[in-house]
Design a protein around this ligand. Structure first.
Ligand code: GTP
Ligand code: MG
Length: 503
């Protein structure tokens, strides 16, 4: 009980510092509507999903808060999408919720309401996660299902948080979140036993890291969370143990740990080392930055604003015309532009562009947009379609050559011609078949192996021809990395990651 009180008083202090607190209650009707819309059978997204091939839970995105940003100046700040990943219960939603609270977007009254609701559901400590976990199923089970989306700003950057679910059943949703992200926050629980379960084979710490790397999350901030837990108590030994175990694994997964990864200890629940640095009296050994500082200092190369326009569509709806949602992967979009929706080659005109709630006249790589279009009916668009430059549209294929790395096949499965799986590439989800293995590549030397290859096992790297039933929009990895990297999944497991080498 004392602990709970401490937490509350800490939060009240920090809330008092903040001007212009926005009460999410004011926005609640929209949030509810959005969730209902996504869950109801009449939701267009559901119709799209009904046509996809997999029986797994489908990727969904829910909007949580979007704070009106009046000043044009603000739009000049850089924008980064940050996905929160990590094993189930690591504290992703709690940390995301705390960030929104500390950045002044959730007021005390709402927190108190969530505390009561959490208590009524016998989930006392879950109230911070309720800021991100907005639907009933998530709150009852204490598990994120859909990717939560929220916005906050630091001095230099506007961030969109994508709060991915950690549970293994919802990996397709995590993939959808990570494929929109520029950077990742990998949340790890330091609590006794929890780090270990997440890190084990089959734990989502591993799977998420490998997926994030393949999906183009080039920079990782590893936050060692729950440092306040009685089994940890801000122990340097525990923090060092986790860091030293994670480093070799992150290297193996393809991260350059010196350049692309940083570690820091936090308590998401208590809000410590998030907006302000740690107090020495609590943790004498940490001299490093807090989470906001670390996020601010991450440098990410952005897509080229001058290259041909590409925006994979993740969702669409009717609102005074047809509105599509997605992230700009390359090029620039302007009001009045004539573009194509691929693969159908529908000619469309850009009527309006929105970043969050703000209307803008142009937008470049990395921005999450809603774009109102004329010239196309909402029914004629599926998620996975790509809004493209008309002069230089995205490639459309039913077959491509790819370099695949086999991670872990299901028991007894062999990877050979005829192997079927579900392909996830940007916002596309399609059944695919491996039609030919072309060449195996030695994982150590990265050189081709001369011998003819008929089948391969776990860990192998192989060049193969992949076929899909429906036309999809993709690019060569070397031309547009984000539109040419993919994962293969089957029966709820990621079996391979790959990049497209020829179309
Ligand atoms: P999924 O969405 O299911 O993957 O979980 P998650 O990673 O979002 O975890 P969530 O935020 O729902 O938190 C899970 C549990 O861990 C809750 O009971 C939280 O109160 C608790 N928790 C999260 N962060 C901390 C922390 O910093 N300290 C302590 N002691 N508990 C925490
Ligand atoms: Mg969560």
């Amino acid at each position: 009980m004392d602990l709970e009180e401490d937490i509350r008083s800490l939060q009240l202090d920090s809330a008092e510092d903040i001007n212009g607190v926005v009460n999410p209650e004011d926005e609640k009707p929209d949030v509810d509507k959005m969730d209902e819309g996504l869950l109801s059978g009449s939701d267009p997204k559901q119709e799209v999903q009904a046509q996809s091939v997999e029986a797994e839970p489908k990727a969904k995105v829910k909007e949580i808060l979007s704070v009106q940003d009046e000043e044009d100046e603000q739009m000049k700040k850089r924008h980064l999408n940050v996905v929160f990943i990590g094993h189930v219960d690591a504290g992703k939603s709690t940390t995301g919720g705390q960030i929104l609270f500390l950045s002044g977007q959730v007021d005390d009254r709402t927190i108190q309401k969530y505390e009561k609701e959490a208590k009524d559901k016998s989930r006392e400590s879950w109230y911070m996660a309720y800021i991100m976990d907005t639907n009933e199923e998530e709150r009852v089970k204490g598990k994120t299902v859909e990717v939560g989306r929220a916005h906050f700003e630091t001095d230099t950057t506007r961030f969109t948080i994508l709060d991915a679910p950690g549970h293994k059943s919802y990996v397709p949703n995590m993939i959808s979140g990570a494929s929109q992200a520029d950077i990742g926050v990998l949340v790890i629980s330091a609590r006794k036993g929890e780090f270990e379960t997440g890190y084990e084979r089959g734990g989502q710490t591993r799977e998420h890291v490998q997926l994030a790397k393949t999906l183009g999350v080039t920079k990782l901030l590893v936050v060692v969370n729950k440092m306040d837990d009685p089994t940890v108590n801000w122990s340097k030994e525990r923090y060092d143990e986790i860091e030293s175990k994670m480093i070799p694994f992150l290297k193996q997964s393809g991260y350059n740990v010196k350049k692309d990864v940083s570690f820091l200890p936090i308590s998401g629940l208590m809000g410590l080392n998030i907006k302000t640095r740690l107090d020495k009296s609590l943790c004498s050994w940490w001299d490093g930055p807090c989470l906001f500082e670390s996020l601010d200092s991450i440098e990410v190369p952005m897509g080229d604003p001058k290259s041909p326009f590409r925006m994979p569509i993740i969702d669409k709806f009717k609102d005074m015309g047809t509105v599509v949602m997605g992230k700009v992967e390359s090029g620039t979009i302007r009001d009045g532009d004539s573009l194509l929706i691929m693969p159908n080659k529908d000619h469309v005109k850009v009527v309006a562009i929105y970043i969050d709630e703000n209307r803008v006249t142009l937008a470049g790589p990395g921005e999450n947009l809603r774009v109102r279009l004329s010239g196309v009916e909402e029914e004629d668009i599926l998620s996975g379609f790509v809004l493209s430059s008309a002069a230089n549209p995205i490639s459309t294929v039913t077959e491509f050559v790819a370099q695949l790395q086999i991670l872990e096949l299901l028991d007894n499965a062999i990877f050979t011609a005829g192997y079927k799986a579900v392909l996830h590439v940007h916002s596309v989800v399609e059944e695919c078949e491996i039609v030919e293995l072309l060449q195996q590549i030695d994982p150590k030397t990265r050189k081709p192996i001369k011998k003819k290859v008929l089948f391969v096992k776990n860990g192998a790297i192989v060049l193969c021809r992949v076929q899909v039933n429906n036309v999809i929009c993709v690019e060569k990895f070397s031309d547009f990395p984000q539109l040419g990297r993919f994962t293969l999944r089957t029966e709820g497991k990621t079996v391979a990651v790959g990049k497209i080498t020829a179309l």
